[in-house]
Ligand binder design. Structure first.
Ligand code: ADP
Ligand code: MG
Ligand code: MG
Length: 341
């Protein structure tokens, strides 16, 4: 089996439910917040499943993106790796991914649950509570087993989210895949993921960026990196141009840098060229929530790019299109293909 795209990162089963205010009050959650689960929030996930009508999404940023790319690719083009536990959550996640046409090759660890993210919906507000758990236990040793590494060897493009480098196994695996990509002249693409990654893991981020043929991010992540690097600019176009010029392992491909900015124009830099691509306006009344908009964008972009489309404005437009579908729905989901316009 040969895949057009292999995504790797921390898989989280999103458990979405419209909840009563009393649940928010019980845990002391304030609308539109986001947090990492502590001891106190551990019972939340089962409580949701027992008491509410829940929807499951195969989440975690890069898994969202890989599903998004599959949306535009021929059947069976994408595969995703990440670490889960041997539990019911993992079964649900595998099922949800497969319903989106995404093949999953999860690593499995014992002793702690599959990563989950509770998405608590109250009216137009969302509260996210993530329990990273097994999702942070990905290991290079397991990736290098022949049955897994053969998938890396067969994949034509790679995508990782920088969340992956915040744990040792994900970081080591990112470097190994990056090296393989560079040595074989295959595109290695990545997302800056969150402003804190550049702050907390600058050295690791730089080591992985060295392999990056495409760098995706949003305006906050671009500015955070610029600040950490001491570039002295907040201008997203200038920052994109600087990213494009950073040294890279594979000198056969100029780096492509793509920064989205919510409803503002998307900036693309490659070589010494910087272009801006406006976003089609989505009426505020049509926006359900923008969670995962950036992930969806990358999915759309890669859906075309991995088919060999070299016109970057077409790839950006595909990204805008998939993002516009995603923000009209709850969470990082895409409409069933039958509904496609
Ligand atoms: P992230 O989720 O990483 O912060 P952005 O907020 O930049 O990413 O959004 C990514 C893409 O989603 C944008 O380029 C755009 O296509 C779409 N998008 C996000 N917010 C809006 C919005 N308010 N109106 C229209 N499109 C949006
Ligand atoms: Mg944003
Ligand atoms: Mg993002």
């Amino acid at each position: 089996m040969s895949y057009a795209l292999l995504g790797l990162e921390n898989p989280l089963l999103d458990i979405q439910a419209i909840v009563k205010q009393e649940l928010m009050d019980k845990y002391g959650f304030v609308n539109n917040g986001a947090m990492l689960a502590t001891e106190k929030e551990q019972p939340l996930y089962q409580e949701l499943i027992d008491n509410y009508e829940v929807a499951y999404v195969a989440g975690g940023a890069a898994q969202n993106t890989t599903r998004g790319a599959q949306y535009l690719l021929p059947p069976n083009s994408t595969v995703y790796m990440g670490c889960v536990s041997n539990d019911h959550y993992a079964d649900q996640m595998k099922k949800a991914a497969s319903e989106d046409g995404l093949e999953t090759k999860y690593q499995i660890v014992d002793g702690l649950p599959t990563g989950t993210c509770a998405v608590l919906i109250t009216g137009h507000d969302r509260f996210l509570c993530a329990n990273l758990s097994a999702s942070e236990k990905f290991s290079l040793e397991v990736l290098q087993k022949p049955e897994n590494w053969s998938i890396v060897e067969s994949a034509k493009n790679f995508y990782i989210g920088a969340f992956f480098i915040s744990h040792d196994g994900g970081y080591a695996s990112s470097l190994a895949v990056g090296k393989h990509a560079a040595e074989n002249n295959k595109p290695f693409t990545m997302n800056l993921s969150a402003p804190w990654v550049a702050l907390a893991f600058r050295d690791r981020l730089d080591a992985v960026l060295h392999y990056a043929d495409i760098v995706f991010g949003n305006e906050d992540e671009a500015r955070s990196y610029s600040k950490v690097a001491g570039w002295g600019t907040d201008d997203v176009k200038e920052i994109a141009a600087k990213f494009a010029q950073l040294p890279k392992a594979n000198t056969q491909r100029p780096r492509i840098v793509v920064f989205t900015q919510g409803s503002d124009e998307t900036v693309v830099a490659t070589g010494d060229k910087v272009t801006a691509h406006p976003v089609d306006k989505v009426d505020a009344s049509e926006i359900v929530d923008t969670n995962g908009a950036g992930d969806a964008f990358c999915g759309g972009f890669l859906g075309l790019y991995c088919q060999g489309v070299e016109d970057l404005s077409k790839c950006v437009n595909a990204g805008h299109y998939i993002a516009s579908l995603c923000i009209r729905r709850t969470g990082p989901t895409y409409p069933p293909k039958a509904e496609r316009t």
